[in-house]
Design a protein around this ligand. Structure first.
Ligand code: SAM
Length: 202
């Protein structure tokens, strides 16, 4: 299975030095890919102050909204939300340059666009998936949610071939608080939403 080769990926515009200072090697480290306008990572950072999260979004308008929300939360609560790093980037370009292997405790990928035309934009088809396996710690988890059941099934099949141990896909309850904007949108319009947790074995 093809993985990402850092020597072939141009270095993105990112403050690597400041990131190195921010990253506390003694804390658990999580990544969210495609965080959209940031509802989940902001809430998650508040609920997990002892951990750090790198939240990545490649679309400019969504990232700008995410940054504005984060700034507004930090202004209201200056001692909170310092454990979140917002990155405007394509995850498959940024992550290989961060040299994280195998240090990551958990990765969230909520509602990626399963209809993406370019095959390498589908996680199951992308070298990003084996790369995520590499950077997870043994026992680390990749959590993926989608409103397309076949997307989750296809992903689980490829993930097993890579070495992940996937759990059974579970349906997300429409009772309770949606974690992301898209989860809210899908549940409100009556879609079934699913998630699967894939574990890197010890
Ligand atoms: C359908 S939206 C979901 C956004 C958010 N997770 C939510 O549930 O509300 C998918 C988002 O993931 C972003 N995305 C998908 N794959 C990505 C990647 N490899 N790197 C960065 N952003 C990604 C897209 O730009 C898009 O904004």
């Amino acid at each position: 299975m093809r993985t990402l080769d850092v020597s072939k990926i141009p270095k993105p515009n990112f403050d690597f030095e400041r990131f190195k200072v921010w990253r506390n090697q003694n804390t658990k480290f999580f990544i969210e890919i495609g965080c959209g306008v940031g509802r989940h990572p902001i809430q998650w950072a508040k609920n997990n102050p002892e951990c750090q999260i790198l939240a990545i979004e490649r679309t400019s308008d969504k990232f700008e909204k995410f940054e504005r929300r984060l700034t507004s939360h930090r202004t209201k609560f200056p001692t909170q939300y310092q454990n979140i790093w917002a990155a405007h980037a394509e995850a498959a370009v940024l992550l290989p340059h961060l040299k994280l292997s195998p240090l990551v405790d958990g990765i969230f990928y909520f509602y990626p666009n399963p209809e993406a035309k370019a095959k390498n934009r589908q996680l199951a088809e992308s070298p990003l998936l084996p790369f995520l396996f590499e950077i997870l710690k043994p026992g680390g988890r990749l959590l993926v949610a989608s409103n397309v059941a076949s997307y989750i099934d296809g992903l689980a099949r490829v993930a097993i071939a890579i070495g992940f141990k996937p759990s059974v896909a579970t349906q997300i309850s429409s009772v309770g608080s949606p974690r992301t904007h898209f989860e809210k949108k899908y549940l409100e319009r009556g879609d079934a939403c699913f998630e699967i947790e894939m574990i890197k074995p010890q």
